[in-house]
Ligand binder design. Structure first.
Ligand code: ZN
Length: 313
């Protein structure tokens, strides 16, 4: 198509058609993500979260993935917002902001009712991002702002977060008390001091090697016979056995789909590859290290989604 041949009016009207087409396709993508999420297809493919699936399998950038997933959750909760998005009155950014706001208020024990959410979502229509931010801030000024971390160089990161006035006063007090040993400490130096002290304490309490993140956290490592018991049931395994399973897995989830291994090192649990109830053993060869989501998924594959969702309630 030769765009140069179009009159300005034609160019403008075609551009508007493309914009509305783009919204229609994004809404369709979100419908597909909803179905993928409900089927737990991302777990089957070896991703520990829907976000990881969208960024790595679909190649969508992190920010765009976050907005689409948050909008998907908003649309599940408030189906009317799908139409508002498709018609162009509710932007993807504002939809994602609304969802994050609802999650944050819930976390603080101030969950909104569906009716309240509907009214707030209606209010966010035809607003710019900053107008939407201002509206949400007025509704709950006490909510912390979203935290951000940005890579500045291979060895330096920038962190951005808000703290309460109360915590700020405590920080000032700490600076005063540390003024002899750490004169004029910056906030970054204070965080380094506090994190290092706390890590040393935790590592000592849990019997971990200092600075070694790949050793098992004995107190947190949960062993579940997921295929025979509801998720979260703990069965005692000797520490040496847990250590052996951990070393075998190199401290990483062992779920593999078509040669792709899950990369999660978060909330790892020990699973019986062959269920105890079916004659599986407690031998190391029958034990696998799985992230919490893949351990749950292993159980779902055996017991079925409906049965597992009743356990999870
Ligand atoms: Zn996993």
């Amino acid at each position: 198509m030769n765009l140069k041949a179009l009159t300005s009016d034609q160019l403008l009207s075609e551009t508007k058609i493309i914009v509305s087409e783009e919204r229609r396709i994004t809404a369709k993508l979100i419908d597909h993500l909803t179905e993928i999420n409900q089927r737990l297809l991302f777990l089957k493919l070896g991703y520990s979260s829907l976000f990881e699936f969208v960024t790595k399998e679909l190649g969508i950038s992190e920010g765009a993935a976050q907005r689409r997933i948050q909008t998907m959750r908003l649309m599940q909760d408030l189906p009317d917002t799908r139409q508002a998005y498709e018609e162009g009155s509710l932007s993807l950014s504002n939809a994602a902001k609304l969802q994050s706001h609802f999650q944050a208020t819930k976390k603080l024990g101030m969950a909104k009712t569906i009716e309240e959410k509907k009214a707030i979502a209606k209010n966010a229509e035809n607003k710019s991002q900053s107008e939407c931010d201002q509206m949400l801030f007025k509704l709950s000024p006490e909510l912390p702002k979203p935290e951000r971390t940005r890579v500045l160089s291979p060895t330096v990161r920038e962190l951005k977060f808000s703290i309460s006035e109360e915590l700020f006063k405590k920080v000032e007090r700490l600076k005063e008390l540390l003024s002899h040993s750490h004169p004029n400490a910056t906030l970054a130096e204070l965080i380094e001091l506090l994190v290092t002290n706390h890590l040393t304490k935790l590592e000592k309490a849990k019997g971990l090697q200092p600075q070694n993140m790949t050793k098992p956290d004995e107190n947190n490592l949960v062993h579940t016979a997921a295929k025979t018991l509801p998720v979260g049931i703990r069965v005692a395994l000797p520490t040496a056995m847990k250590q052996q399973v951990w070393n075998k897995a190199n401290g990483r989830c062992e779920y593999v789909h078509q040669g792709r291994r899950c990369s999660s090192r978060y909330q790892l649990e020990i699973d019986h590859a062959y269920p105890l109830a079916l004659g599986g053993s407690n031998e190391c060869s029958n034990l696998k290290l799985l992230c919490k989501n893949h351990n749950g998924f292993a159980a779902i594959e055996v017991l079925g989604l409906a049965k597992m969702s009743s356990f999870r309630k």
